[in-house]
Write a protein that binds this ligand. Sequence first.
Ligand SMILES: [Zn+2]
Ligand SMILES: [Zn+2]
Length: 365
Amino acid sequence: MGTAASTGRIAALTGPETVEVKEFDLPDVGPGAVLLAVRRANVCGTDVHQWHYESAVLREAGLGHEFVGEIVALGEGVTTDFAGEPVAVGDRVVPVYYLTCHKCPPCLRSEFNLCQNGLAEWKVPPDVAPHFRSGFATHYYVFPGQFFYKVPDQVDDATVAGANCGLAQMLFVLDEVGIGAGDTLVVQGAGGLGLYAAAIAHERGARVIAIDAVPERLELARQFGATETVSLADFPDSPDRVKRVHELTDGIGADMVLEVTGVPASFVEAIDLARVGGRIASVGNLNADATVTMTPGLVTRKSVHIHGVLRYDPWYLHKAIAFLARRQHLHPFEAFSDRSFPLADVTEALRAGESRSVARVAIVP
Ligand SMILES: [Zn+2]
Ligand SMILES: [Zn+2]
């Protein structure tokens, strides 16, 4: 790697659980675009789903969307990031991994997180120029109009690598659904998303209770601001977990429940964990086929508010970087990616990411 390189490599999905690292000439950088050298990319749960061919849109695409890069070349007219900060070759930046077209029905309602054309470039096979549309690669092409922000020197790569997916999304979710001082937040799943949510809720003065099966993740949850944890080892049955959370909340239940497990049954449990009139954020369940048995009458009688939230408004990435600069010394953000692999070992990295034993694994090309 390095600014003198004339070719780059990218991990392309060529079949279910089949990844090929392909080499291409580095593209010319058009007006308004930016070429990055990828410094560090995290394996997110979504990457594992894509690897299993569960995303109909991203079957022929490159893998990886959670990363930090360094500017290699600036297209004509690019002098600042999307917060007006001057940028130059060598600066570290993080891009928003999807596009906002400003023309589709959600964009016209200013619901930029739901842009229907958000994956218009990412879904294009890497064989097509400019090739580098995803993060498990030596390089990444930031398209004109694609939001990106400069990373301040004091925030290191391991800390910021998860900003453009997990952290920005959790800041958006907690704003959309609402969490404040004195509220109790129950986080179902203490993976990357759950730990970020705990840290944000902690800063806002909320009390955080984390539920997970993995002891190391519950220990991390405490380091990220959870004051109580509920282990699936101690409470394997849902009614017992619900009872435990009600004990911890004076019999009331949680003001807000955040589902970031991706386990369909968690959605049903969230309704039981929430207080009467409480709020539920459904974030982790993305599978369009998984089903579950539930009691709609309980939603009505408890008057819980259920919010499904996808992605984030692009400027939340700027808030995420500021959050890290402000809070990075209070929580071990760098512990998020505690194992790293070279780009050639992307399949091993995906397997390790799937094992759920660690919060995140990283690819360092
Ligand atoms: Zn992600
Ligand atoms: Zn749009």
